[in-house]
Design a protein around this ligand. Structure first.
Ligand code: ZN
Length: 231
């Protein structure tokens, strides 16, 4: 997440689908009993849009509201390693209360990616780690109707931070080339900082050796390693 908290704004009036976007934009997350609905919404997004079942490695009981996060943070993912083997054996996602339901759900989508990354032992560079987390958050928001969701997604585009902003733009660019979130993960795992564009361009070449190489790349869908990592 960006270090800036998203301010709650009044959604613009406009065409509406049969959806509760107005309530998502207007309501705030203040109590722990609101978390299960948030979690289910984000888990459904991961499952149906990204084809990843996050309930295999994080449950709604692992998510809690906490108003004592580091200054500026809206979410924090952490996990504990078990030795030997360095397996993740417990995880926790803390969310700052008081923001809108839609914004907080987006932050949760971001933090869930960090848990996923740890569990799958992706070992990404920091810009790619935060970039893919922001990409998950962005895709979640893009699938939500209404101008408020579009505004929140636009904030990720506008972020000038060299890690969160540039990382996101790089991850999104690769995602658009491979048309798959898992494909973007696989591509970014294989390149160092600054090489994503070159790699993605090569992926678009016909009969690309890299394309076949990446097709063989398997992301382990099992519990694995991790370390404490803020935001
Ligand atoms: Zn993050």
């Amino acid at each position: 997440m960006s270090n800036e908290r998203h301010a709650a704004t009044e959604p613009h009036q406009g065409p509406d689908r049969a959806h509760d976007w107005r309530s998502l934009a207007a309501s705030q997350v203040r109590t722990q009993d609101q978390v299960p609905a948030l979690f289910n919404k984000v888990a459904g997004f991961y499952l149906h849009r990204l084809h990843i079942d996050i309930t295999r490695f994080v449950g709604q009981a692992c998510v809690r509201l906490d108003d004592r996060l580091p200054s500026g943070a809206t979410g924090l993912a952490s996990w504990v390693l078990q030795t030997p083997g360095e397996r993740v054996h417990s995880v926790c996602i803390r969310l700052l209360p008081g923001d809108t339901t839609l914004c907080t759900a987006g932050v949760l989508a971001h933090e869930v990616f960090h848990i996923l990354s740890a569990t799958w032992r992706l070992k990404l560079s920091r810009p790619h780690e935060e970039g893919l987390a922001n990409l998950a958050q962005y895709l979640f928001l893009k699938h939500e109707p209404g101008p408020y969701a579009a505004w929140l997604a636009g904030q990720l585009h506008a972020d000038e931070d060299p890690i969160y902003g540039d990382g996101f733009r790089q991850a999104r660019w690769v995602y658009r080339q491979v048309a798959s979130f898992r494909g973007a993960i696989a591509a970014l795992r294989q390149c160092r900082d600054g090489q994503a564009r070159k790699l993605a361009a090569r992926l678009c070449e016909p009969d690309s050796h890299l394309r076949s190489l990446l097709c063989k790349t398997r992301i382990p869908a099992r519990m694995a390693t991790g370390t404490l990592q803020p935001r």
